[in-house]
Ligand binder design. Structure first.
Ligand SMILES: [Zn+2]
Length: 416
């Protein structure tokens, strides 16, 4: 099964963003939005006979249509034209009356509240952290204006306010925050931190808004691997796929073992033990957004393991004790997950599972010590016959000397 392992660090060509994002965007292509209960008393209460919507609902639709134009927008606002958002923005919005569908779906709910501290947005996230709903809260005690009336001090244009909040809901932050030095142009921008109370032009979408939407909702790619966690015995075969929402023009892979590949889906076989980082560069056909290039790296390394090659020696201590020295290669972390020592002393069998245990050899004569090592690549054993001389110095040798001592001990044994 092809599994999603990461939304890889896709780099889009549109880097010159006018602001940083809030850190989220919608995972769905179609965003439903609806209006909660309650009407602002400062706006006309009658239902428009042509559309069947209240003035408040129409303003909410207008604010949405500033960002994302749809057929619905063309019907509701025949006098308006679509905003200059690139056609490659992969997000649509529809106005849908409150749903009774029990299944969670992305929805923006517009709520009127008497709580003066409430204006803003409430976000609801699922347990897995995915943004499920956002709710714009409107303080019904403030004076909200529709676009038809002149704005005075202390009054707010509802469309400008909602357009700004919807910008946040889409994932955008402020073009200029409180305390920042910013130009007069930015001070009237859609995403200025304090939307101008009497500036209806703040409802219109500008170049930086388009750059933000483009960065969030245009061509994207995800790196997947099969198996999801590529780890196992040699030869290890892994299929890597760049899943993109637009056609890929070129994908170049580096498998980390010196080998490379081309294509949206590639299968590579690792034949040498190691831990490998997989990276790739890609170019996507972004349609109206042009070519989009980027790069990514598989978050999990491929771990390919050969059969372990156990090896050990020992240093004799006093009182029938020996200190084992494990010489099994550990140069690939993760390839060995089990170590077992068995000591055969006559009819007695003792086992240890430490990496380098100190062993007490009881009784006279020769003992057989077996070291077994197992891991992803399989298991193997090696054995040594050990006959303590009883002349051990009783002091463990410094680490640097152990290898020398062991080499001498092993050589002596072989000569015997
Ligand atoms: Zn804001």
């Amino acid at each position: 099964m092809l599994s999603l392992i990461a939304v890889s660090s896709v780099v889009l060509s549109t880097q010159a963003l006018a602001w940083e994002h809030e850190g989220h965007h919608w995972e769905v292509e179609t965003l439903h939005f609806s209006m909660g209960p309650g009407l602002l008393t400062t706006l006309p209460q009658a239902v428009d006979p042509t559309t069947g919507l209240t003035t408040q609902e129409l303003i909410l639709n207008a604010a949405w249509c500033n960002w994302l134009w749809s057929e619905q927008c063309a019907t509701l606002f025949p006098e308006r034209s679509a905003p200059d958002v690139p056609s490659c923005v992969n997000l649509h919005a529809i106005y849908a009356p409150l749903s009774t569908d029990a299944t969670p779906y992305s929805e923006v709910h517009f709520t009127v509240s008497d709580d003066k501290s409430a204006p803003g947005i409430d976000y609801e996230y699922a347990d897995d952290g995915v943004l499920e709903r956002a709710r714009v809260v409107i303080d019904s005690q403030m004076t909200w204006l529709s676009s038809e009336v002149a704005c005075e001090q202390g009054e707010l244009y509802l469309e400008a306010f909602l357009t700004h909040q919807i910008g946040h809901i889409l994932g955008l932050a402020h073009s200029c925050d409180d305390g920042d030095a910013c130009s007069g142009e930015l001070a009237s921008a859609t995403m200025f931190w304090a939307y101008p109370s009497c500036e209806l032009s703040a409802a219109s979408i500008e170049e930086d808004d388009i750059a933000g939407l483009t960065a969030l909702y245009t061509p994207s790619a995800t790196l997947t691997s099969d198996p999801e966690t590529p780890a196992g015995a040699l030869p290890l075969e892994v299929t890597y796929t760049l899943v993109s929402n637009v056609p890929a023009i070129d994908v170049a892979w580096r498998f980390g073992d010196g080998e490379s590949g081309e294509g949206q889906e590639v299968t590579h076989t690792y034949t040498t033990q190691g831990q490998y980082s997989v990276s790739m560069d890609f170019i996507l056909d972004g349609g109206a957004c042009g070519e989009v290039s980027g790069s990514g790296e598989a978050p999990g390394r491929a771990l390919a393991c050969g059969v372990p090659e156990p090896a050990f020696s020992y240093v004799e201590l006093a009182d029938g004790r020996i200190r084992t020295v494990n010489l099994t290669a550990m140069d690939t972390p993760g390839c060995i997950d089990e170590v077992q020592w068995e000591i055969y002393s006559g009819a007695t069998l003792l086992t240890h599972d430490a990496w380098e245990p100190e062993l007490l050899l009881t009784g006279e004569g020769e003992h057989t010590i077996v070291l077994t090592v197992r891991g992803l690549g399989g298991g193997a054993s090696t054995a040594l016959a050990v006959a303590p001389t009883g002349r051990g110095c009783g002091v463990p040798a410094p680490a640097g000397l152990i290898g020398v001592l062991l080499a001498a001990a092993a050589a002596a044994r072989r000569r015997l």
